[in-house]
Design a protein around this ligand. Structure first.
Ligand code: ADP
Length: 859
């Protein structure tokens, strides 16, 4: 505790302590203030009593306690401390920098300490340091090159930019004390120039100048520009060196250059531009600039254009009322300051030559620069042309009115803007009513038609539309053309109802025809003149087994190459060439089909009908074969009949002759029965003879080799009547006949037919009945027909067929004589010559026998 005992100082010492501006302290070895001089009050604001007995630590800035303790340990070890600074906190809380000098008195276990208040110096130094740092960083961060030299032009300082620049250019690290104008780097003239500059500054002048450097290192060979400021460094009125500052002004220089070039360009453009340009001050109206074109447009020389007022009075002469009203308007527009109003078209102005011109002018005010730019273009010619055009157009309008098409115009909202007279006639409305009204208000139904769609598409695409449309509401057809115009749409329309209906009828007719063509069972196709398919019906498609689409437009010979050059090709070709129709049969091997082909030349080419006749063809062949066989068989039969009948006659004659001889020579020796038998045998042989004669006759009838000649039927009738003369007379028959034709036939054969038929007619009558026979003739395209009608007993219908069979008789011999060969021979002959024989009869009603003779004999 003795440690904290107050110290008693002698009087002088006390005086000294009171006077000292430094804080003089006696501190215990434990760090407690034992005695503190008066100065503490000035320095820390505490009284000496405030500190005495307190530990030093209580007053030290907390951040400095550690550092102070370390120092205290040194002191304890016996070290005298000079110049140790720490911070104390004053009574007011301010930081006070104290600089200590301390010494330990081991004997008394006390420390003597003097603390000097260095706060203000410290703060000043700190401030200076900050300022220095700022300057340093400012200088170094500057892109300007800053350097200083002494009177010997040796470097005394430089910033980073300077060092970098030197390094970049000369690959040299600059150092202080180095010569600033080194002959190794700079050419002589550069050194001379700079030397003279430095000398001037060393003589007290402050100068700046621009210099440039050709940057030879870079490929761009760019010139860089610098502005250099040189200033003498004066210390106490003595110039000890130079501070230099060089700023890169390349970009400024370039901008300036660019600006100048641009100005030159603008001037050039203004001079060349095909438009008048003038610039005036807004405030004074004074002219700043006017190009020659401006003068030309207005026909006033540039020199005579002084200001706006003067200019306006020139172009709008006092004595022209119209000009004056334009002038008023222009002035009002300009003074309004509204750029939109300062845009004039076709303003009439007067030139120096006193001629009227029409000008398009526009003013552009640049208020912040007090400038008004005026542009002007001469529109005289186009304007006058437009007036002419308008006149022409109004003429054309009349023309449009007079053309037969109906015509109206719509604006972009589909309101009527015009309708010509024809249109009105069709619409049945009056013009004043329509103009201004909306098309779809007037004709609402149109909205649901294709008209609306087309109109919309014209609006969208700008492409004109041409179409026909049916206006159901009015039951009318229209041909419409819609064009996009500048202001809307022009619509031309024609009522085509009549034509359309006609076409529709035609179409229907065509459809019908088409249906007919399609449905005819014959295949039909149409070809153009080059044999390309233009039409095929269903049947043709079926036969060809090729779809319609694959045929139409294709060449016939490409589709059926094997037919090319064959009969069908020749016939078709001939039909077209000779304009004649052809019919022919044609076998197309790939399809194994026989066709009956009919082709007819037409305007457009060839119409071809064809039919598959393979089946007919087959039966035809069959028939032909059968016929041939039959013919052969018949011939064989005839030959047999001939041979048989001829050869049989001889033994028959022997039989009947020997029977007669037997009767004559031995008749008396024979009994009655034997004679009866012999008579039977003789009678039988006679009958047989007759049969053989008949057979022979039959087989000879219609001899294939018989001669065909011109036969006059009337002549035959004469002969027949002659031959039958006896019978006719005995029966008192009446025979009549028409005028009969001359025909191609075999004379004998025809005579035989007629004789048999007429003979029968006389024969088969009732007893006591007077036979009446009528022979008549008729004919058609292909045949003569001869009919033999009697009034006899008639023939039951059931026997009509049988009577033509050889040896067939309906009556007994006793009743009517005969062998039943007559009609068989007739049939044979008639058929041999290609005709037919038939009966028209019923029992008791008389009979009519008809037979035909082909007009052209088929031999
Ligand atoms: P024929 O006269 O020799 O008997 P035809 O062949 O001439 O042989 O006639 C065959 C049969 O047809 C006759 O038997 C007769 O019955 C019948 N006939 C022919 N012509 C007539 C006729 N004009 N009227 C009625 N019957 C007839």
């Amino acid at each position: 505790m003795g440690d904290q005992q107050p110290v008693d100082l002698g009087f002088e010492l006390q005086q000294f302590m009171q006077l000292s501006p430094d804080m003089i302290c006696i501190v215990s070895s434990g760090g407690y203030f034992l005695k503190v001089s008066q100065a503490v009050e000035n320095i820390l604001g505490y009284s000496s009593q405030d500190l005495e007995g307190k530990h030093m630590q209580e007053f030290i800035h907390p951040d400095d306690i550690e550092k102070s303790n370390r120092e205290a340990e040194e002191i304890i070890k016996g070290k005298t401390i000079h110049d140790f600074t720490n911070r104390y906190l004053s009574k007011a809380g301010d930081i006070v920098y104290l600089n200590w000098t301390l010494k330990v008195d081991f004997a008394n276990q006390k420390t003597y300490a003097i603390a000097r208040d260095i706060t203000s110096q410290t703060l000043k130094r700190q401030k200076e340091e900050i300022q220095h740092q700022i300057n340093d960083s400012l200088i170094n961060s500057s892109e300007s090159l800053i350097w200083s030299v002494d009177r010997n032009l040796k470097l005394t300082g430089f910033n980073k930019a300077f060092a970098n620049s030197i390094f970049q250019e000369y690959k040299v690290q600059v150092e202080q004390g180095q010569k600033v104008l080194d002959e190794n780097f700079f050419p002589e003239e550069v050194i001379d120039f700079w030397k003279s500059m430095y000398q001037r500054v060393l003589a007290g002048e402050q100068i700046d100048f621009e210099s440039h450097t050709e940057n030879i290192d870079t490929t761009t060979k760019k010139t860089t520009w610098q502005k250099v400021f040189l200033k003498p460094i004066e210390v106490n009125g003595e110039i000890i060196g130079i501070v230099a500052n060089s700023i890169d002004i390349t970009s400024t220089k370039e901008t300036a250059k660019e600006l100048q070039e641009r100005n030159e360009l603008i001037e050039k453009v203004l001079a060349e531009i095909p438009m008048g340009v003038a610039v005036n001050y807004i405030s004074t109206g004074k002219k700043l600039f006017a190009n020659n074109q401006f003068a030309e447009v207005y026909n006033w020389p540039v020199e005579e254009l002084e200001d706006v007022e003067n200019f306006l009075s020139k172009i709008y002469p006092e004595d022209d009322a119209e000009a004056q009203s334009y002038k008023k308007m222009i002035i009002a527009d300009i003074t309004s300051g509204d750029p939109e109003r300062m845009n004039w078209t076709n303003i009439p102005v007067r030139g120096k030559d006193n001629k009227r011109r029409f000008i398009n002018a526009k003013n552009i005010p640049l208020f912040d620069q007090d400038l008004m730019i005026s542009t002007a273009q001469d529109n005289t010619l186009p304007h006058l042309n437009k007036i002419k055009l308008e006149a022409a157009f109004s003429e054309k309008d009349d023309f449009i009115e007079s053309i037969s098409d109906s015509f109206y115009t719509l604006d972009n909202d589909y309101n009527f803007t015009h309708m010509n007279k024809h249109g009105l006639e069709i619409m049945g409305n009056s013009l004043p009513d329509l103009v201004g009204r909306n098309l779809f208000d007037v004709f609402p139904e149109l909205k649901n038609t294709i008209f609306y769609k087309h109109l919309e598409s014209v609006r969208k695409t700008g492409e004109p539309a041409k179409f026909e449309f049916y206006y159901e509401h009015y039951d009318l057809w229209f041909d419409e053309r819609i064009y996009k115009t500048e202001k809307g749409f022009s619509v031309f329309f024609v009522d085509i109802t009549i034509t359309k209906n006609f076409l529709l009828e035609l179409e229907k007719a065509y459809q019908k025809q088409n249906e007919i063509l399609q449905s005819i069972t014959d295949a039909f196709l149409a070809l153009d003149k080059d044999f390309n398919f233009t039409y095929v019906n269903k049947e043709a498609v079926r036969i060809f087994e090729v779809e319609t689409e694959k045929l139409i437009g294709k060449n016939l010979w490409d589709i059926f190459p094997l037919a090319h050059g064959t009969k069908v090709y020749n016939k078709f070709e001939e039909s077209i060439r000779e304009n004649k129709s052809n019919s022919f049969e044609y076998y197309y091997p790939p399809t194994k089909i026989w066709f009956m082909v009919n082709c007819y030349p037409s305007e457009s080419g060839l119409s071809v009908y064809f039919r598959n006749i393979s089946k007919n063809k087959a039966s035809e062949f069959e028939l032909k074969n059968l016929n041939n066989t039959l013919k052969q068989k018949n011939q064989e039969l005839e030959q047999f009949a001939f041979v048989a009948s001829h050869d049989l006659q001889e033994p028959l004659r022997i039989i009947s002759s020997f029977m007669e001889l037997l009767k004559q020579h031995y008749g008396e020796q024979l009994d009655e029965n034997a004679l009866k038998y012999i008579n039977y045998a003789i009678e039988g042989s006679h009958r047989m003879k007759q049969i053989i004669i008949d057979l022979l006759e039959y087989s000879r009838a219609g001899d294939a080799n018989a001669k065909i000649e011109k036969v006059d039927c009337s002549l035959i009738m004469d002969q027949v009547l002659g031959l039958l003369d006896d019978t006719i007379n005995s029966k008192n028959a009446k025979i009549s006949y028409d005028k009969l034709p001359t025909i191609d036939y075999n004379f004998t054969a025809l005579r035989q037919v007629l004789m048999n038929l007429i003979g029968n007619g006389i024969k088969y009558t009732l007893k006591d009945q007077k036979p009446e026979i009528k022979v008549s003739h008729s004919e058609d395209e292909h045949f003569h027909r001869i009919s033999v009608k009697d009034n006899g007993i008639g023939i039951d219908e059931a026997h009509h067929e049988q009577v033509f069979t050889i040896f067939k008789r309906l009556h007994g011999k006793t009743e009517y004589k005969g062998t039943g060969i007559g009609l068989a021979i007739c049939k044979k002959i008639v058929e041999k010559y290609g005709g037919e024989i038939s009966i028209d009869s019923s029992l008791g009603e008389g009979s009519t026998f008809h037979f035909t003779i082909p007009k052209v004999l088929n031999h």
